[in-house]
Design a protein around this ligand. Structure first.
Ligand SMILES: Nc1nc2c(ncn2[C@@H]2O[C@H](COP(=O)(O)OP(=O)(O)OP(=O)(O)O)[C@@H](O)[C@H]2O)c(=O)[nH]1
Ligand SMILES: [Mg+2]
Length: 146
């Protein structure tokens, strides 16, 4: 399940992971896409909506926390990943942009998930996407059937 703030690049990431070439539109509700679940950024920005993420996480094997490398702030509260029954990995998006600061993005992500891998990617030019897909694949195998 892929979560992160509004416009962080979750749907674009899913599109790149699935090698889908359809255009990405604003995500309005939970979307089950093949082996991935896309979520609206509002669910992560509004604590009243965390319940939807937590409820859905019981049907998942892995959380993917997305942080936009061009943002000044993080959107997950400290220790956020620890509130879920499944492990988390971090993904830093938009590293192709001049304004990207991946080191800062990783520091922000680490507040939410002290443990677990972090990957820096560009969904636009594909940097890091194959490595991320391989890593998710191996984590899902370890966690059981996909
Ligand atoms: N340059 C660049 N732009 C990106 C990248 N990923 C996403 N974007 C752009 O960022 C904007 C938001 O991307 P989305 O994938 O729709 O973001 P989202 O997290 O799904 O947003 P919500 O559905 O509103 O929660 C779009 O204009 C994308 O084209 C990236 O890796 N590089
Ligand atoms: Mg979206």
């Amino acid at each position: 399940m892929v979560i992160g703030s509004v416009g962080a690049g979750k749907s674009s990431l899913i599109r790149a992971l699935l090698k889908d070439d359809r255009e990405v539109a604003k995500t309005q509700s939970l979307l089950f896409r093949d082996w991935l679940i896309d979520t609206p950024g509002e669910y992560c920005e509004n604590p009243l909506q965390y319940r939807y993420l937590i409820a859905t996480s019981f049907d998942t094997k892995l959380l993917v926390l997305v942080q936009d490398a061009t943002r000044e702030r993080g959107y997950f509260p400290p220790g956020f990943a620890g509130g879920f029954p499944v492990p988390a990995i971090g993904v830093i998006t938009k590293i192709d942009l001049a304004a990207a600061n991946p080191e800062k993005a990783e520091r922000l992500l680490r507040q939410a998930m002290p443990k677990g891998d972090c990957f820096a990617v560009s969904s636009l030019n594909g940097t890091g996407i194959d490595e991320l897909r391989d890593r998710i694949d191996s984590l899902l195998q370890i966690g059981g059937t996909r």
